[in-house]
Design a protein around this ligand. Structure first.
Ligand SMILES: [Zn+2]
Length: 282
């Protein structure tokens, strides 16, 4: 086994066939040899958190660079060890976020920060979806422009190509008036509204928010970012296709199959998006 393979998968157990020399302890993290050449690698918690926060920072820059967020929008990641906590940037433009700007928030929407900094008023999108969806570890909220028309018309956003099969057959639309009445500012600025949005999302990967934007969820930062980017791509393609004829959408089975395929290749576009984003906004 290549050492690089081991290092890129913290907290995993790799089983080796007999006769192979197990890797030795080296600086930076601890390797524990169990038995029969099994290897358990344990990173110090702080290193793991640092890496996660760095990934979240990169995700902010990618989403900005790919046109999913602008001065508004946000991405979060569930805390890997503290129950009912997640990380999200302080209230600022995503493209400018750095590691020092990442705050810890709980599921009540309370920020735990010694400097008493504030995060986004719409952090309840994240807290309530994390609460409702234990399978989800990262959430993107954006106002990406091509998606908006599908939240305000009878035209539903549906998967038009193999890169966006994750949309499935349904992209639910959240109607804030059902909870907030007819005079709200359309922001998800309370637990009550966050809960109702999470309820609309249900088990879907994307929910549109009428007259506002969308929310995209994933089991990892990379998956949530991929889905947010390709939700916008799909919307753009669907708008273009509507101009020239009747659209043949993916079937439910095709959507499911292509979503599974895309999940196998998240690292490839991530590497490109990261390189582009850091070269311009690093
Ligand atoms: Zn918003």
């Amino acid at each position: 086994m290549e050492r690089a393979d081991i290092q890129t998968h913290p907290k995993t157990i790799s089983r080796q066939g007999s006769g192979e020399t197990p890797p030795k302890k080296h600086s930076g993290h601890l390797e524990v040899i169990i038995e029969d050449f099994e290897l358990l690698e344990i990173y110090p918690m702080s290193n793991e958190l640092d890496a996660l926060i760095e990934e979240l920072v990169i995700a902010n820059k990618i989403l900005y660079n790919e046109g999913v967020v602008d001065g508004f929008g946000h991405i979060s990641v569930r805390h890997p060890s503290k129950e009912s906590r997640f990380f999200i940037a302080k209230s600022m433009a995503p493209g400018l976020v750095s590691a020092k700007d990442i705050l810890e928030c709980d599921f009540e929407g309370v920020i735990h920060d010694p400097e008493n900094r504030k995060s986004y008023v719409e952090r309840f999108i994240h807290s309530e979806i994390f609460r409702a969806r234990p399978d989800i570890n990262s959430i993107v909220h954006s106002h990406s422009p091509s998606v908006i028309p599908f939240g305000v018309t009878s035209q539903r956003l549906r998967p038009i190509c193999h890169m966006s099969g994750f949309l499935g057959s349904q992209t639910p639309i959240y109607e804030i008036r059902h909870t907030a009445g007819e005079t709200s500012d359309l922001l998800i600025n309370s637990q009550k509204l966050g809960k109702s949005l999470a309820n609309t999302l249900g088990s879907a990967t994307v929910a549109l928010m009428r007259g506002h934007g969308s929310v995209t969820v994933g089991t990892s930062i990379k998956q949530a970012v991929y889905r947010a980017i390709y939700t916008e791509v799909n919307a753009k393609l669907q708008l273009e296709s509507m101009k020239i004829g009747t659209i043949e959408f993916l079937t439910d089975a095709e959507a499911m199959a292509t979503a599974g395929m895309a999940d196998q290749h998240l690292d490839r576009p991530w590497a490109l998006w990261k390189e582009k984003a850091l070269s311009q906004h690093g």
